[in-house]
Design a protein around this ligand. Structure first.
Ligand SMILES: [Zn+2]
Length: 146
């Protein structure tokens, strides 16, 4: 259960009082939490995104090394040319897997962090257009008056 502080916007793992400022905690999916400024959510998503990306990157290293080592071990008892081929191929495969997951983590985090921002931006763009259109009509009598 994740809760957010209404005072300092720190994310808390449950509880009723913030562990930083003793402020009141609300559920992240409650109406009170949604009323908090968008910048709070954005920074939280960046925080979580960075953490998630780090975990995936570590997993990528472990996975790549694991697959590489497994392939290397498997290729050792093979016949003369194939043991070397398998050995090198395993290193390349492990490295390729790491690269794939590493880059995937970057892309995934970017999508995840900015996904909600995109929706917000669209709404913001619409709100800006709506505010600009009537203003243009209002601007005419104003400019005549001055
Ligand atoms: Zn707090």
């Amino acid at each position: 259960m994740v809760k957010i502080c209404t005072q300092c916007y720190e994310i808390n793992a449950g509880g009723f009082r913030c562990h930083v400022c003793e402020g009141k905690l609300v559920h992240t999916d409650s109406a009170e939490a949604r009323a908090l400024p968008e910048s709070v959510w954005k920074s939280q998503r960046v925080d979580y995104g960075a953490r998630r990306g780090m975990i995936i990157r570590i997993l990528a290293i472990l996975f790549g090394v694991g697959v590489g080592l497994w392939g290397m071990r498997r290729s050792v008892p093979l016949e003369a040319p194939w043991s070397t081929v398998g050995f090198i191929a395993s290193i390349i495969l492990g490295f390729a897997l790491w690269r794939l997951m590493h880059n995937g983590a970057d892309r995934g985090v970017r999508i995840w962090v900015f996904h909600k921002g995109k929706v917000h931006k669209r709404r913001l763009a619409r709100a800006m257009m709506m505010s600009v259109l009537p203003k243009r009509r209002d601007a005419d009598p104003e400019s005549k008056a001055t």
